[in-house]
Design a protein around this ligand. Structure first.
Ligand code: PMP
Length: 366
């Protein structure tokens, strides 16, 4: 680790791989062979078009994308997708949409979808304090639904879906914001995937949308131009000025995943190993630490827990900070503690946190 850098466990924007930051720094004043910064070249120039193409190709390679899927780079965050999805796929369809509500983000997605049409909540984890994802036997989408919407990883509660629904004629729409590119997925099971980049894929400012060609036929006429997936597909994400710098960094991150990590299977192995280190400390703490998630839904991206004596939590956060570990305070709505250990958090960063958790318990446990 560079001397001036701390470990950053923040939930997003989250840590980026150091080699990516260093390369962006090296190239900031002039892209190699271009003599201008990526911050100042025209988005219509050949060098930027190359960046866009490379980023898309890296994503296609990492996710093994079938040919009938489009990749879009949009703005407005994952939050705008809460609206764009129902505008494009529910409005005027004469159908309802099924939503799985497993946490805060799924709930927000429902709020926006209800402005567009009828929404049915297929499964709701609220009664269990959002401590788990649904099991496969609790999953019965209505064949007449326009689509089914799920959130693969609930960032605030720290719960993750560890199984992928089977393909069905009802398109599956997934908010993958906080576990996108953290593990391999079976893309053909999804009609549409979206992810704000600022956790695993790059900086804030760009949202990746992956959608199956066939869904374009369902889009109603007369949507506002910027809110119409069809326009962005037709214009290769260049209907207006795209977030050039964010896309450029996604290009570097995806290249890092391909060349340095060796793909998503490798990444998933490392991520599972990292998560296991922290969950083991929680499980073996005799109740000093209490995990929020039920074990089968534990997130490999966001580990959420509390301390039995909640008065110690602030002390934990402050002491961790003095040791160069930042961003461990839980989300304000849930309280407690949260360690986001996205792709870019190295194993040694998780080991450092594990060691601190053990020491802290030694010091303050009974
Ligand atoms: N969905 C999930 C799962 C998230 O974690 C977040 C952001 N934390 C969002 C949606 C909202 O993303 P954005 O801030 O990019 O709009």
């Amino acid at each position: 680790m560079k001397e001036s850098r701390v470990y950053n466990y923040s939930a997003g924007p989250g840590a980026l791989p150091l080699p990516v930051l260093e390369r962006a720094q090296d190239e900031l004043v002039g892209l190699p062979g271009v003599g201008m910064s990526v911050l100042e070249i025209s988005h219509r120039s050949a060098p930027f078009e190359q960046v866009l193409r490379d980023t898309e190709n890296n994503l296609r390679a990492l996710l093994d994308l079938p040919r009938d899927y489009h990749v879009l780079f949009l703005q407005g965050g994952a939050t705008l997708q809460f609206s764009m999805v129902p505008m494009n796929l529910l409005r005027g369809s004469g159908r309802h949409a099924d939503y799985v509500v497993a946490g805060t983000w799924g709930k927000k997605a429902v709020t926006e979808a209800r402005r567009e049409g009828e929404v049915r909540v297929l499964w709701d984890g609220d009664g269990e304090a959002f401590t788990r994802m649904p099991r496969p036997d609790e999953w019965q989408p209505d064949p007449k639904a326009a689509y089914v919407h799920i959130t693969s990883n609930e960032t605030i509660q720290g719960i993750q879906l560890h199984w992928e629904p089977e393909s069905s004629p009802v398109p599956l729409v997934c908010d993958m914001s906080s576990d996108f590119l953290s593990r391999p997925i079976s893309v053909e099971r999804y009609g549409l995937i979206y992810a704000g980049a600022q956790k695993n894929a790059g900086p804030a400012g760009v949202t990746v949308v992956i959608l199956r060609e066939e869904l374009l036929e369902r889009i109603p006429d007369n949507l506002h131009t910027m809110l119409d997936y069809g326009v962005h597909v037709a214009k290769d994400s260049m209907y207006n000025t795209p977030p050039v710098f964010s896309i450029y960094v996604v290009n570097l991150v995806t290249e890092w995943l391909l060349l340095e990590i060796g793909g998503l299977r490798k990444m998933a192995e490392v991520n599972a190993e990292k998560a296991e280190l922290l969950y083991r400390v929680i499980d073996e703490s005799d109740g000093f630490y209490r995990g929020h998630a039920q074990s089968e839904s534990r997130s490999h991206m966001n580990v959420t827990w509390s301390i039995a004596d909640s008065n110690l939590e602030l002390l934990f956060v402050n002491q961790a900070r003095t040791r160069g570990m930042h961003g461990l305070k839980g989300h304000r709505s849930l309280g407690g503690l949260r360690a986001s250990i996205y792709n870019a958090m190295p194993l040694h960063g998780v080991r450092a946190l594990r060691d601190f958790m053990l020491e802290f318990r030694e010091e303050y446990g009974l």
